[in-house]
Design a binder for this molecule. Structure first.
Ligand code: GLC
Length: 437
């Protein structure tokens, strides 16, 4: 009897013990699962974004921090790249070509959209934003984000080439700001002769995208053109182009620009100008707050104006600018869109501009009281932006610019005569566009 009862008793005891173990295990597993999911949901999504160093600093110091405070689940990882826009473009390009790009957001120069969109590297943003919302931005900045009627980039900031000058030196010497290329040369020489400055004029002459942007301004000032986007006619071998090159070469030959100018990018020219040794500089508005910062030898001594031109012509300001797209390979498109919405918002742009002196892409900010009280010239800047010259908005822009950069550099550094260089540049460009100009 006892023999028969033992297993029953055993299983009773076991059953009594098993139940609490099962309950305990269930609770334990449940807790563990909750902890894991909690940890996972608390793990922020990191959005990677590559940009030039002068951009990175004001991004990090202001808008990124604010965005992260508002969105604790998202972190922005800014990767600092080279200062020249085309080197940055190369880095993005090689990341995309290799396949799984590490970048979620794409900080894009206004001229990159056709190439990046055509290659299929970007998400189509057309249906995410209404045309009425886009109307708040400068039209040309928005157009720079479209490709074949679809939208791939939202403008974060605009940009426009300007002429900086030393107001103090010009006033002391009794000069009005220059209006023509000839004025610029004369005033430079006069100030150099008075030993006021080492150099008259600085511009970006290295073989890179910045030289193409600088060149369209001089070209416009001589009433020339690079590529007509409507007819695809090429103007590089026209007399106006040769006059533009002659002016630039003249600045070197007359000792107004240093011989090294043909190797300079924006930051080289800003540093030399800021040291106080130069009368004029062609650059973008980012220079303004840096040149006027505490400790800068030219603080409070500079002014800006639209680029000069040949007599009787109007000066050209090249339209630049940066915007945000979303990489097609991102695993976080919704978070990336949230970030774009914030970074292109009025609030973020205002803060960014107050910090870094960039040009807004939202039109209302040019007359925003806070911005105007810090930068009184912004209402006029809007007029300059509206009249700015675009680098040709054509699908083959990247190759066209490469051709111009190569031959322009050859002409500026005396490796080819301007005539031969521009004939070759025009022919190559025509072949690229498959028409006879
Ligand atoms: C500025 C402009 C950009 C241009 C570049 C050239 O960053 O915003 O559009 O391509 O300069 O160096």
């Amino acid at each position: 009897m006892l023999h028969r009862q033992t297993p029953k008793l055993k299983s009773k005891i076991f059953a009594k013990l098993k139940l609490p173990i099962i309950v305990f295990l269930a609770i334990f597993l449940g807790l563990l699962f909750r902890l894991i999911t909690l940890a996972q949901t608390q793990q922020p999504v990191v959005l990677n974004l590559l940009m030039t160093a002068p951009d990175a600093q004001p991004w990090r110091e202001g808008i990124v921090r604010n965005f992260e405070e508002k969105n604790p689940g998202i972190r922005i990882n800014i990767v600092e790249g080279p200062n020249a826009t085309n080197l940055l473009e190369d880095l993005y390009t090689s990341a995309f070509i290799l396949g799984d790009s590490p970048y979620d957001l794409v900080n894009m120069d206004v001229i990159w959209t056709p190439k990046f969109a055509a290659a299929g590297w970007l998400l189509d943003l057309t249906d995410r934003i209404k045309e009425t919302e886009l109307a708040a931005f400068s039209q040309k900045d928005v157009e720079g984000g479209r490709y074949e009627g679809r939208l791939y980039r939202i403008p974060m900031r605009s940009d426009v080439g300007m002429l900086y000058y030393r107001q103090d030196l010009l006033q002391q010497a009794g000069f009005n700001p220059p209006e023509t290329f000839t004025d610029l040369i004369k005033i430079s020489q006069a100030l150099q002769q008075k030993d006021k400055i080492n150099w008259g004029y600085l511009w970006q002459g290295r073989q890179y995208e910045g030289a193409a942007a600088m060149f369209v301004e001089v070209l416009e000032g001589f009433n020339g053109y690079w590529v007509n986007p409507e007819t695809l006619e090429v103007g590089l071998d026209k007399p106006e182009t040769l006059k533009a090159i002659a002016f630039l070469k003249d600045t070197i030959q007359k000792g107004i620009s240093p011989p090294g100018v043909t190797t300079y990018i924006e930051e080289d020219t800003r540093r030399i100008f800021q040291s106080g040794q130069v009368a004029f500089l062609r650059s973008w508005p980012y220079v303004w707050p840096l040149a006027n910062a505490e400790g800068s030898p030219i603080r409070g001594k500079i002014a800006i104006k639209p680029m000069v031109s040949a007599s009787g012509q109007s000066g050209g300001a090249c339209l630049g600018g940066w915007g945000l797209g979303i990489s097609k390979s991102t695993r976080h498109p919704e978070e990336a869109w949230k970030a774009i919405q914030y970074f292109t918002s009025e609030e973020a742009q205002r803060q960014f501009i107050l910090k870094a002196g960039f040009v807004p892409s939202r039109r209302s900010l040019f007359t925003d009281p806070q911005i105007v009280s810090k930068y009184p010239h912004y209402p006029q800047l809007l007029e300059v932006v509206d009249q700015a010259v675009l680098r040709p908005p054509i699908a083959q822009y990247a190759q066209a610019s490469d051709i111009l950069q190569r031959y322009l550099s050859a002409a500026l550094t005396n490796r080819m005569t301007p005539e031969t260089a521009m004939k070759a540049a025009a022919e190559e460009t025509r072949r690229l566009l498959e028409i006879r100009g």
